[in-house]
Design a binder for this molecule. Structure first.
Ligand SMILES: *Cc1c(COP(=O)(O)O)cnc(C)c1O
Length: 240
């Protein structure tokens, strides 16, 4: 490795370390404010649009959970990082034709939002002899257009996941809707999660909160926050 490459790697490592320290501090503060134990909340580093070398640096810095939202990008990145002790979370909208690939590296899929997807993931997990964790994604604005199931459909979908071979039900996931105070939306999510947990006591994961709203999510019971920008920097605008 040349000196300049070495140096830029060190600079990038420092940048990420600073982001990580700040995010961990915010999570800690949110836990204290909510009277929760710090170890009730797990940070998932969302590495979309950032290279495998950043995943490697995050791992060096102690991160063990990473998230990706597009299979085309995630599959090669996960392959490049195969030697690392990481848990991979798939957090993006998922089409059934991508399920085979996603199941090959994802340990947990956060975006299960329809019965057909449960069926396909279960079958593929069986073929690949894997156990895949599934979270039911909730459309907190009751509009499934951007991904997520309507709140009214969530209990039944959770039952389906719990009953499907090769899958385990982790719990629920949501993204705060646009144009509503996140805390209000996360309060609804927390109620729905409690209802699901009554039927499935081991489904304790609540995946909510991103760079801008992780505090509100932790205040409302999030166990997993998914953070990209605050760790790695602002992503370039996505151009189709
Ligand atoms: C990109 C993304 C995140 C991280 O968002 P930031 O605002 O960059 O922290 C979290 N969850 C999902 C589903 C995402 O697509």
């Amino acid at each position: 490795m040349s000196v300049s490459t070495d140096e830029s790697r060190r600079t990038r490592r420092d940048e990420i370390a600073a982001g990580l320290a700040e995010v961990r501090e915010r999570i800690g503060a949110a836990c204290r404010a909510a009277g929760r134990d710090r170890d009730e909340v797990t940070l998932i580093a969302v590495t979309k649009t950032y290279p495998a070398s950043d995943v490697r640096l995050l791992c060096e810095l102690g991160v063990r959970e990473v998230g990706e939202n597009r299979d085309q990008e995630a599959a090669p990145k996960a392959r490049e990082c195969q030697d690392l002790p990481l848990t991979w979370h798939f957090v993006g909208q998922l089409q059934t034709n991508k399920v085979r690939s996603v199941v090959s590296y994802a340990d947990v899929i956060h975006s299960v939002d329809r019965a057909r997807l449960v069926e396909v993931i279960s079958r593929e997990a069986g073929k690949q002899e894997r156990q895949v964790g599934c979270l039911v994604q909730v459309a907190l604005d009751d509009d499934p257009a951007r991904g997520g199931a309507r709140p009214a459909d969530v209990p039944e979908l959770a039952d389906l996941v719990a009953a499907a071979p090769h899958l385990w039900l982790g719990g629920l996931m949501a993204v705060a809707p646009l144009g509503e105070e996140p805390g209000k939306a996360f309060a609804r999510l927390r109620e729905l999660a409690a209802a699901v947990r009554e039927r499935h006591p081991r489904a304790t994961m609540l995946s909510a909160g991103m760079s801008d709203d992780l505090g509100a999510a932790v205040a409302h019971g999030a166990t997993h926050v998914r953070v990209g920008t605050a760790l790695l920097g602002r992503r370039k605008p996505f151009v189709r």
